[in-house]
Design a protein around this ligand. Sequence first.
Ligand SMILES: [Zn+2]
Length: 150
Amino acid sequence: SRQHQLYLTTGSKLYSSLGNVMLVITADTCGRHDTVGGACAAESNTTRYALDKYPMHSCRDNFLHAIAHDPVCERLGMSKRDIPANINFFMNVPVTEAGKLEFADGVSAPGKYVEMRAEMDVVVLISNCPQLNNPCNAYNPTPVRLLIWD
Ligand SMILES: [Zn+2]
């Protein structure tokens, strides 16, 4: 990558598809955020867990719902083609020596946070992963709090 690092942390920049800096991470008390695992989806939940998981909620479904129904996304004429590769903040996905991904127990905890400074107007879609199949969160998704200030 442009930043010569797999994992994001304080000082990392998030770039647009045109190469402009959208956001800069200015503080990070967790230290591990996945950039390659992608968002869970009905298809991946079926493959990873079981066929009967297909109708369960997923992050991909949350993104598609937001793009289709959020007034800001609608005003900007956004479609599913505008959903970029996501960042799994607070998710621990180590890459093995063989280049494979592992879904490991998280290293985050209550009170851990990431602070970012927007360098341009941005639309942020957040899916606090709703699926209950991944043992990394002890099968118990927990709340996330978002603060925005000028
Ligand atoms: Zn998810």
